[in-house]
Design a protein around this ligand. Structure first.
Ligand code: ZN
Length: 426
């Protein structure tokens, strides 16, 4: 790969502040996302690829004759980025900066750098006059960081390949991702407590919850449950954690609910939620079911508790539903669910990607299963494959996002070999 040429293109790509912004008639995620996608697709055409622009929601680059009889493999990256304030950055986040063997800039790791590497790897295969037995359909989205509306739109316009990978995760690769569901439970309003609220996002363990009381709180009881009272509201403090790993946090709602119970409210069923309803017993090689009640709200009639629930395939929501229904709760499943993903661990795709990784790095790693979710879910059988090697903090979504130049080259060799095998192997 021509590193200088790559860096020059990456510099241009990083200069677009492709943070989700107000839509215009032609730019669904704002002008800078439009510009980043235009640049990327123009570059691909310059390299000689056929491209498709899906109305600026996402783009596609095609490698291999666009004949329908070729088997298809998908790749998906994204060109949008999370916001970057100037706070904490040692250099301008939208100016590619090289220092001490690292590249700095918003998107160098997530996911402009990896997306551009894929394009360059495809170019090398093309320039070497490789005749692909399979077609690579390489998609780039513009809304991965903010709701995946790019993917939703893409799916209305084309049928995505069944198998594929995304360079928007970690090496060596993930072959499974848990299903993600949000369940909202409904309970009758409490007698003596109102304006109950806690938790800002269903996918994060609640770190602060509060409630108002018609009775004056008892200091000794408050102390027993580590609660505070600021003269108006009873406050509970916990520790946030990602919803996929509730054991790493401390749920602020739990002690508040226990306190309600000790004050004479009927909270037995509510409290059971915090013990996981026995769902944790459902587990397999891919991991265990997790269940975390992360948001609480109330109105005149009801108290609502919304739970994050993650399910490892081949278990499915019905397995969980059976258990929950056995308790006789009133609840509803909220929209925006993500079904679990499971790609055959010993299958051709996983083994081809893994082999490319182990060959280039000289390591002997195994594929992993994830609790979170990546863009690889675009494909029914999708693997997240790089770019993070996990050797140091890349500061993704944080100030001073970075990647080592030596790793850019290493990842390039991995992607090149993987893509070559994917299009050529039997
Ligand atoms: Zn990403």
């Amino acid at each position: 790969m021509q590193l200088n040429e790559f860096l020059s293109d990456l510099k241009t790509l990083i200069s677009y502040q492709s943070v989700n912004a107000n839509k215009t008639p032609t730019a669904p995620f704002g002008k800078e996302n439009f510009n980043a996608l235009s640049f990327f697709l123009n570059k691909a055409e310059e390299f000689g690829f056929e491209t498709v622009n899906y109305d600026n929601y996402a783009g596609e680059i095609i490698f291999g004759a666009n004949e329908s009889n070729l088997e298809e493999i998908g790749v998906i990256g994204h060109l949008d980025v999370v916001p970057a304030s100037s706070i904490g950055w040692d250099s301008d986040p939208f100016t590619l900066t090289e220092k001490d063997g690292f590249l700095f800039g918003r998107g160098v790791s997530d996911d402009k750098g990896p997306s551009l590497l894929i394009l360059y790897a495809l170019k090398e295969l093309k320039d070497n006059k490789i005749l692909p037995k399979r077609k690579i359909r390489f998609f780039v989205g513009c809304n991965e960081e903010d709701g995946w509306a790019d993917l939703d739109y893409l799916k209305t316009k084309t049928t995505l390949p069944e198998y594929g990978f995304s360079p928007d995760g970690n090496f060596p690769l993930s072959y499974a991702e848990k299903g993600v569901y949000q369940l909202q439970f409904k309970f009758p309003a409490l007698k003596n407590f109102y304006e109950i609220k806690g938790g800002s996002a269903v996918n994060a363990v609640c770190d602060y919850a509060s409630a108002k009381s018609v009775i004056t709180p008892d200091n000794a009881l408050l102390k027993e449950f580590s609660l505070g009272f600021n003269g108006e509201v009873i406050e509970s403090f916990g520790k946030a954690a990602h919803g996929s790993m509730p054991h790493l946090g401390k749920n602020a709602i739990k002690s508040l609910v226990q306190y309600f119970g000790i004050c004479g409210e009927n909270t037995l069923k509510m409290e059971k939620l915090f013990d996981g309803l026995g769902l944790y017993a459902l587990k397999n090689e891919q991991g265990e079911v997790t269940f975390s009640p992360n948001v609480i709200t109330s109105d005149n009639k009801n108290v609502y508790i919304t739970c994050d629930c993650r399910i490892p395939a081949p278990l499915c929501f019905d397995d969980v539903k059976k258990i929950i229904d056995g308790f006789g709760y009133e609840y509803k499943l909220l929209p925006h669910t993500l079904p679990p993903v499971l790609v055959e661990k010993d299958g051709w795709l996983v083994q081809t990607l893994l082999n490319a990784y182990n060959t280039i790095t000289g390591e002997n790693k195994q594929p992993v299963s994830l609790c979170g979710s990546t863009f690889a879910r675009a494909f029914k059988k999708g693997c997240a494959f790089g770019i993070e090697f996990g050797r140091y903090q890349t500061n993704i979504h944080d100030a001073n996002e970075r990647i080592k130049i030596s790793e850019v080259l290493e990842a390039y060799e991995i992607y090149l070999l993987a893509l070559k095998k994917l299009v050529l192997d039997n």
